[in-house]
Design a protein around this ligand. Structure first.
Ligand SMILES: Nc1ncnc2c1ncn2[C@@H]1O[C@H](COP(=O)(O)OP(=O)(O)OP(=O)(O)O)[C@@H](O)[C@H]1O
Length: 716
């Protein structure tokens, strides 16, 4: 029975949360007819059409389209048997008029010459703007006409249009209606059209008057006018709406039902006393009235509707994505310069040598930090094999503080200097006592027999402001280093055994060295996090844009699969990521001349895979987000915790055990460690600790990708 109808809607219920929008709605659209769906804004027309084209799931009842249920084999949707013009323009702003029509033509599997032919005829029919005009530069009405042309290009069996004539010139509107009448007659096309202009529906074979999720009546316009004895459909609608308010809607069911065998349409225009479009309507016969048409088998598919991935559709999608990308110059500039800017900023700001730390000097021995005319020559004089006379040791030591990191600020007293620390003018105070030289000599002379008071006074005292730990700790380490240098040189002058001044612990380095800047530790983390979050941001934004513009839904109705859309998006972005990865590596290893030990190809692969992983994560974010703002919040909100847990700034060994285990499972904790193993240790894929970094990127990419595809299919 359902085969007899283009669309058969049976007791359909649709809820948005607790709100019932479609209430046991029934609707029958015979093949080869025009069905006008009328109703006030918000009554559920768009929802009903979305359910018919399979973009929204229903909560009750059944829908049959061209003999099958939407989304199931044998139905017309999704696929080229249906032409769908949604309420929104649902086209890519970066498309030209011609691109838009060709995009859908290709998706529908038409060959280029056929698309060209159809395009020319639609151009004339719909007075389309010039070929090369970008849609974003077209007026709303022009965009709507292009959108209509896109739904007509493949001559579908069923045409579903959500308010196609809004903002269209009356003459052109009349032309569109004439065309619709023409294709229903000549090609047996079935048409469902919603409109706010109730009276234009006089040319429909049947109209459905919809209110608050229900059809008040479903009848030919002429019969409605006769039954209610009115001159306009507006009046009919008003009468029915009042009856619904009064709870007398049952009366509608008792209306005389249109005789299916009645082949002649009532001349509605004549009844209305209007002259508009008389010719078309009065001579038009309902082709669906005849039994043979009602039972006609669906037309054989002119275009293939396979659900598997199709090369043609993939090509069309890739072409669309590419045009969307390169015609958006701001986007291109951003995507290609962002990695360079980010990496350069990181390299220039993190781990660099700290300079000019203000250190207060109180030197009670010489009463000045300048130590005028000071020369270290002759300040350490050996006089036997085990002794040495010292002169002006405080000045000698201060010469070692002539280092770019330290800016010496002289103070007369410790109190003054401490005051300066409390006001943040300096970060520490270094003090040497009045008899510093003598005490230093005694300290060396007496060794283990030294008086503890002398030992204490012979020390260089330093008070540090450690509120900025990084500066305080750096200065502290530097002071110890400089003191060891000072003592080594001193002992050398005294002809003591070389190395006596060294710490009694000899540290050698397998990988890296003591002076390696902090930047080196951070590089793997920064490369991986920049790449990951750039991929996530790029993908989530582009996919959400596609969804919001309605291009995604429209393409799906046209027969494109979610998998094809996703794969083609990822293909383009993965190509962009190839360049972005190259740029980042050039900045780090060529411009900033950081050294690396392992294979550069492996380094490249590890960073690149994190970009892919980020893209899949971005895809997931786009699926669970309702809009750009939500996606931004999720991506940026996750950035800090993931970065903290990644061990890029502080080793994971510093975390509680349970948290460390969680951190290790995240996408880039292990990946960063693996990358560090390659860059610093030169390890290859033979080492599990490199291999696991690659594996975790791939596994997370697969996880996010599959989860997103599942959610996309489920969420309708
Ligand atoms: N995704 C959604 N979530 C929740 N409510 C929704 C959603 N989409 C639509 N609605 C609500 O469902 C009702 C029916 O909306 P629908 O868009 O189908 O109406 P319509 O008749 O097409 O209106 P219009 O002619 O203005 O487009 C409206 O009240 C709308 O606010």
């Amino acid at each position: 029975m359902h085969d007899n109808y283009a669309v058969f809607v049976d007791n359909v219920v649709k809820n948005y949360g607790n709100r019932e929008v479609l209430k046991q709605l029934c609707m029958k659209v015979e093949r080869g007819t025009i069905y006008g769906l009328l109703g006030a804004s918000g009554c559920g027309k768009t929802t009903l059409l979305s359910c018919i084209v399979g973009r929204k799931n229903i909560d009750g009842g059944e829908i049959w389209v061209l003999g099958g249920k939407p989304g199931e084999p044998g139905s017309g949707v999704p696929g080229p048997r249906v032409g769908y013009m949604p309420q929104d323009i649902a086209l890519v702003g970066e498309f030209t008029v011609k691109d838009a029509i060709y995009y859908f033509g290709r998706i529908f599997g038409m060959d280029e010459s056929l698309i060209a032919k159809r395009y020319r005829s639609l151009q004339t029919l719909l007075e389309l703007p010039p070929d090369d005009r970008f849609l974003k530069n077209c007026s709303g009405g022009q965009q709507r006409r292009v959108s209509l042309a896109a739904s007509l290009v493949h001559k579908p069996e069923l045409l579903i249009m959500d308010e196609p004539t809004v903002g269209v010139d009356p003459v052109l509107r009349d032309g569109i209606w004439n065309h619709l009448v023409d294709i229903t007659r000549k090609e047996n096309t079935s048409v469902i059209i919603t409109t706010h202009y109730i009276e234009e529906c006089r040319q429909a074979n049947k109209i459905g008057l919809m209110r608050e999720g229900r059809l008040l009546a479903e009848e030919s316009p002429g019969r409605l006018l006769t039954i209610f004895n009115t001159t306009t459909l507006e009046e009919v609608f008003l009468i029915l709406s009042r009856r619904q308010e009064e709870g007398r809607l049952t009366d509608v069911a008792s209306l005389p039902i249109a005789d299916d065998q009645n082949n002649t349409i009532v001349d509605a225009t004549h009844l209305a006393g209007s002259t508009a479009s008389v010719a078309t309507v009065s001579t038009f016969e309902i082709s669906t009235g005849s039994t043979d048409v009602l039972t006609t088998k669906p037309k054989e598919n002119r275009c293939k509707t396979k659900n598997s991935m199709s090369t043609n559709r993939m090509k069309a999608l890739l072409d669309k994505n590419w045009k969307q990308f390169y015609r958006n110059i701001t986007g291109v500039v951003f995507l290609l310069t962002f990695p360079i800017i980010q990496t350069s900023i990181f390299m220039s700001t993190v781990g660099g040598n700290i300079r000019d730390i203000k250190l207060g000097i109180v030197n009670d021995e010489s009463m000045t930090t300048a130590c005028p005319n000071f020369s270290p020559n002759g300040t350490a004089v050996p006089y036997d094999f085990s002794s040495c006379h010292f002169y002006n040791m405080s000045c000698r030591f201060l010469t070692y503080l002539d280092h770019p990191m330290i800016h010496k600020v002289p103070y007369d007293t410790v109190e003054e200097a401490t005051e300066a620390v409390t006001h943040g003018h300096i970060v520490g105070v270094l003090y040497m006592s009045e008899n510093f030289t003598g005490l230093a000599e005694e300290r060396i002379e007496k060794g283990k027999d030294i008086d503890p008071v002398v030992l204490d006074l012979s020390q260089i005292k330093v008070w540090m402001d450690m509120s900025n730990r990084q500066i305080g700790a750096t200065l502290q380490v530097k002071l110890v280093d400089l003191y060891i240098n000072f003592q080594n040189d001193l002992f050398n002058d005294c002809k003591f055994i070389p190395g006596l001044a060294d710490l009694p612990i000899d540290i050698d380095y397998y990988y890296g060295d003591q002076d390696e800047p902090y930047t080196v530790f951070m590089i793997p983390g920064s490369l991986i996090t920049i790449m990951f979050f750039m991929g996530a941001m790029m993908t989530s934004q582009i996919i959400i844009m596609d969804r919001h513009e309605g291009v995604w839904d429209r393409s799906i109705v046209a027969g494109v699969t979610s998998m094809e859309i996703t794969v083609t998006h990822l293909m383009l972005q993965a190509s962009i990521a190839i360049f972005q990865t190259v740029e980042m590596l050039i900045v780090v290893f060529a411009i900033y001349q950081q050294t690396y030990s392992g294979s550069i190809l492996l380094i490249y692969l590890m960073v690149y895979l994190q970009g892919i992983c980020g893209m899949c994560y971005g895809f997931w974010v786009s699926v669970i987000s309702t809009d750009h703002s939500m996606a931004n919040i999720i991506v940026t909100g996750a950035f800090l915790p993931m970065m903290m847990l990644s061990g890029m700034m502080w080793p994971t060994e510093g975390m509680p055990f349970a948290l460390r285990m969680v951190a290790k499972c995240l996408p880039f904790t292990v990946a960063i460690e693996s990358l560090r193993n390659v860059t610093k240790k030169g390890w290859s894929l033979d080492n599990f600790e490199v291999y696991d970094g690659l594996a975790i990127s791939v596994l997370w990419a697969i996880f996010f990708g599959s989860l997103s595809l599942y959610l996309v299919k489920k969420k309708r």
